[in-house]
Ligand binder design. Structure first.
Ligand code: NCD
Length: 327
């Protein structure tokens, strides 16, 4: 959202609650949230879950339009934003095949978002470049929600991941969370570690050496006094993990196929692996998985990744309602 825009925007209709937290704001990175914001978002997400379980859908965002602009593939993020909007009575302009839009004619991101905001009230954007959501927000008058900017951030995923941990483990403070896989290129773990650093947690980073967690974020954790360890073997930390967050090796970020081939099967979670894990450990994955967790694990009560997806819709319903001034 353009900082020079008059506040509140003349484009935002009457009847919106302008005092609502996050009304008209962009969601670009997790650093914009405080702990109190997170409790508020999760409170609204729980209300959304209640409503969905009771009545399926309702008219909170009737007449509102979401533009869903995806320059990279997505199954869960795009469809959960669509489901969230439609369950709230709103509608969606889906642009997931940018090659069929004017982007393929060379249109710039600023022009594309300034077009879509003429038709929509909020824009969800996924883009392969770090900082793309910030750039879009600089030009747009309407709120931009970052649905992943390259290897940068994925803030709405981190919110749903945190919500999953709270719902499954009952708390965040005091937990040991282990992040596993492609920690260099995975944007979900970049956002999640930053969000977790607002709590009293211990973090373990387990990855092949060439896919280690970024130094820059490790320094941020140091500044916040978060205890962390980095390992290449899961065995070292699995028995003391309350949460194990598994990620896919991000094939699309590799320029050297031989490097990808060397690391792609570095970790595979199987029922045997889980015999070394805590009986109540929460096993998460942002999905898609490409072999990091075998299907035999899916029936283990600790496997939370399908529930994690469902929590995501409630969190995205909450965010849309808040940004559009209805919660
Ligand atoms: C993740 C992403 O796009 O960063 N997917 C998702 O949003 N659930 C994770 C991934 O692609 O590995």
């Amino acid at each position: 959202m353009n900082a020079n825009r008059p506040q509140p925007s003349p484009h935002l209709p009457l009847g919106d609650r302008r005092d609502a937290p996050f009304y008209g704001r962009d969601i670009l990175e997790v650093a914009q949230f405080r702990r109190a914001d997170l409790s508020h978002i999760f409170g609204v997400a729980r209300e959304m879950r209640e409503m969905v379980l009771r009545v399926g859908s309702f008219d909170l965002l009737k007449g509102k339009i979401l533009a869903s602009l995806f320059y990279e593939p997505s199954t869960r993020t795009a469809s959960s934003f669509t489901a969230a909007m439609e369950r709230l009575g709103g509608s969606v302009i889906p642009i997931s095949e940018v090659r069929y839009s004017s982007v393929s004619k060379g249109e710039s991101l600023p022009d594309t978002v300034r077009t879509l905001e003429c038709y929509a009230d909020v824009i969800v954007l996924r883009h392969p470049e770090v900082g793309a959501a910030k750039l879009a927000a600089k030009y747009a008058r309407k709120p931009i929600i970052n649905a992943g900017d390259g290897v940068g951030e994925h803030p709405t995923q981190a919110l749903l991941d945190l919500f999953t941990i709270i719902e499954e483990a009952g708390r965040i403070d005091g937990l040991t969370v282990t992040l596993l896989g492609d920690l260099k290129n995975g944007r979900t773990v970049h956002s999640l570690a930053r969000l977790l650093s607002m709590y009293d947690v211990k973090l373990n980073f387990v990855s092949p050496e060439s896919l280690a967690f970024p130094e820059k974020i490790l320094r941020e954790l140091d500044e916040k006094g978060i205890a962390w360890e980095a390992h290449t073997e899961l065995e070292a930390v699995l028995p003391r993990s309350d949460v194990l967050y598994v990620t896919r090796v991000q094939k699309e970020r590799f320029s050297d196929p031989a490097h990808y081939a060397r690391v792609k099967d570095a970790y595979v979670i199987s029922p045997e692996t889980l015999t070394h894990a805590r009986p109540r450990m929460v096993l998460m994955h942002p999905l898609p998985r490409v072999g990091e967790i075998t299907m035999e694990v899916d029936n283990d009560p600790r496997a939370a990744y399908f529930r994690q997806m469902e929590y995501g819709m409630y969190v995205r319903m909450a965010l849309l309602a808040m940004v559009l001034g209805k919660a």
